[in-house]
Design a protein around this ligand. Structure first.
Ligand code: EPU
Length: 457
C-alpha cells in the first residue's frame, strides 16, 4: 500500500471508520446544522508556536483531525507535554522539556505531513539544531521547500543535506534579516514569523502572505510577547525579543471547511447552517457563492448556506492568495458548477496541479476539460509551463454513481459531494484522508441526512 493509502487508513481508524471506504446513495439534499472548529491551517502552526514559549500554552476550539494528531506526535517526540481534551477541543502544550529528536522518530510521526519544516526556527532557537525528513503533504504538485530553506539560511542556519533528510544547526544563533519572497507563500511567511520572533535584531519580510490564518498566528505571537507589525503592501516587520511566554487562544474558525459544506449544500440542493463560520474571512467566497446562484444568511453564530431554487449560473473564478478566492475552495465549488447552466472557468494560480480530482467527476458524467493555458483572466506563473491548471466546466450535467478513490484532502471532499449529488450509488475509497482536515465529517454527514454506509460496519 502506498503512503497516502497508509495515512488514509490510519486516519480512518482514528475517526471511527473501520475501513476507508464508504458507499453513498446520492440524490438527496443535505440539510441541517453542523459546527466548524478552529482552522487546520492555523491550529497546526499555533501548536508549533508553543515551542517558543517559556511557559505552557492553551489552544481552544481545536478540531479532531488527524493533522492535529500528527503535530501532537511530533511535539511529543521533541519532549513537549501535550494534553488533548478532544471533546472540549482544548490542547495544553508544555514545552519545558524540549529536546532533540532522531530523524527516524520525526519521520515516523510526520507521515506525509509538511509540518516538520516549521519546527526548524523554534528548535534552532531552543536547541541549536533541527532535522527534517523527506516531506509529503497532499499530492498537489511538487510542493517544494526552497523558500523555507532560503529563509532559514538567511537567518544564519547552516543547512546540511543528508541521505534521509536535512539537518540544520545554528552555531552562532539566528539573526534578523531582510527577506523578499518571490511569491506570497503561506508556509514561508509562517517560517519567517516563527524564526524572526526570537532572532537577534529586526527582520523585514516583503511579499508576505496575509491569509487570516497568518494574522491569527500573529495574534498568538503578540500574546506571547512578540513585536510584529503588518504594513501595507505585504510587508511584515518583526523585532526579535529574548523571551516569549505561553499563550491562551481560541483558534480562528476553519473557513475552508465552512466553504466546503456551503458548496455541498448548493450542489445537493440543500440547506446547511455552518455554526462558527464568520463573514469577514469568507467575503470573497460569499460573492462567488451568490454569483453562482447560492443564497446565504449571516448570523452571529454562523452562516446559513442554501440553494434558493432556480437555475445555478456559470462563473469565471481565479484562485489566488488572500484576499483572493482560495485554492482550497475551488474543488467543492467545481462540483456545484457541474449543475450550473452554461460554461464556467476555474483558473488555478496557486498550485500547478490541483485538478487531479476532476477525473472522478468526469467518470461520474461531468463535462470538464483541463487546459494548460491561463483561461479566464490574468496570466499566471504556470501559463508557459504546460501544467493543466485551467478547468472548463460545461453544465448542467447529471452525475451518476461510480467507484472513485479520494486523491487528496480537498479533492476528496469534492468526491464526497459528487457522490451525494449523483443519482445512484457510489463507492468512495480512501476516505480516511479526509479526516486530515475535516473534523468528525462522518458524524456531520449523518447530521445532515446523508444516506451512506461505511464498508465493514
Ligand atoms: N512554494 C514554493 N516553494 C516553497 C514553498 C511554496 O515554490 O518553498 C510554492 C508552492 O509550490 C505553491 C505556492 O508556493 O505553488 C503556494 O504555497 P504555500 O507555501 O502558500 O502553501 P503551503 O504553506 O504549503 C498552505 C496550506 C494549504 C493552502 C496553501 C495556500 C497548510 C498546512 N497548508 O500550504 O492548504 O492551500 O497554504 O493557501 O497551511 C489544504 O488545507 O488542503 C492545503 C493544501
Amino acid at each position: 500500500m502506498n503512503t497516502v493509502a497508509n495515512d488514509a487508513r490510519a486516519a480512518g481508524a482514528r475517526v471511527g471508520l473501520s475501513g476507508d471506504t464508504i458507499t453513498i446513495n446520492g440524490g438527496s439534499p443535505l440539510t441541517g446544522r453542523i459546527e466548524v472548529k478552529g482552522a487546520k491551517n492555523l491550529v497546526t502552526k499555533a501548536m508549533v508556536a508553543a515551542l517558543l514559549g517559556e511557559s505552557p500554552s492553551e489552544l481552544r476550539d481545536v478540531p479532531d483531525i488527524s493533522d492535529v494528531r500528527v503535530v501532537k506526535g511530533l511535539l511529543e517526540v521533541h519532549g513537549v507535554k501535550v494534553e488533548h481534551n478532544v471533546s472540549e477541543g482544548i490542547l495544553l502544550l508544555d514545552p519545558a522539556g524540549v529536546e532533540s529528536a532522531h530523524m527516524t522518530d520525526i519521520d515516523a510521526h510526520a507521515g506525509s505531513s509538511r509540518i516538520p519544516i516549521l519546527f526548524c526556527g523554534p528548535l534552532l532557537h531552543r536547541l541549536g539544531e533541527a532535522f527534517i525528513p523527506d516531506l509529503g503533504g497532499c499530492r498537489i504538485g511538487d510542493r517544494p521547500i526552497d523558500y523555507h530553506l532560503e529563509v532559514l539560511g538567511s537567518f544564519g542556519a547552516v543547512i546540511e543535506k543528508l541521505p534521509t533528510g536535512i539537518r540544520m544547526t545554528a552555531p552562532d544563533g539566528l539573526t534578523g534579516t531582510k527577506i523578499s519572497l518571490p511569491y506570497p507563500s503561506v508556509g514561508a511567511t509562517e517560517q519567517v514569523l516563527l524564526t524572526a520572533v526570537r532572532a537577534k535584531g529586526k527582520t523585514e519580510l516583503s511579499g508576505a502572505a496575509i491569509e487570516p490564518e497568518i494574522m491569527d498566528l500573529i495574534n498568538i505571537m503578540q500574546k506571547m510577547g512578540a513585536i510584529i507589525s503588518v504594513d501595507t503592501d505585504r510587508v511584515i516587520r518583526i523585532e526579535g525579543v529574548d523571551k516569549l511566554q505561553g499563550y491562551t487562544h481560541r483558534a480562528l474558525f476553519d473557513r475552508n471547511e465552512a466553504a466546503s459544506w456551503a458548496s455541498a449544500a448548493l450542489a445537493t440542493g440543500g440547506d446547511v447552517f455552518v455554526g462558527g463560520a464568520q463573514q469577514a474571512e469568507m467575503l470573497t467566497f460569499l460573492n462567488i457563492f451568490r454569483k453562482v446562484g447560492g443564497a446565504f444568511e449571516i448570523h452571529d453564530d454562523g452562516i446559513r448556506f442554501y440553494h434558493p431554487g432556480g437555475e445555478l449560473k456559470p462563473v469565471v473564478v481565479e484562485t489566488d492568495v488572500h484576499p483572493g478566492f482560495m485554492t482550497d475552495w475551488q474543488q467543492p465549488l467545481v462540483v456545484a458548477l457541474t449543475k450550473a447552466n452554461g460554461v464556467s472557468i476555474v483558473h488555478e494560480t496557486v498550485y500547478e496541479q490541483r485538478f487531479g480530482f476532476v477525473d472522478a467527476l468526469v467518470k461520474m458524467g461531468a463535462n470538464i476539460q483541463l487546459h494548460s493555458e491561463c483561461l479566464g483572466g490574468h496570466p499566471c506563473r504556470f501559463g508557459q509551463r504546460n501544467f493543466l491548471h485551467s478547468a472548463v466546466i460545461s453544465g448542467p450535467t447529471e452525475l451518476h454513481g461510480a467507484d472513485i478513490e479520494v486523491p487528496d484532502l480537498r479533492g476528496g471532499f469534492s468526491h464526497l459531494i459528487a457522490a451525494l449529488t449523483a443519482q445512484g450509488t457510489s463507492r468512495v475509497s480512501n476516505v480516511g484522508i479526509i479526516s486530515r482536515g475535516y473534523g468528525d465529517f462522518i458524524t456531520k454527514l449523518r447530521q445532515l441526512g446523508a444516506d451512506f454506509v461505511i464498508e465493514g460496519e
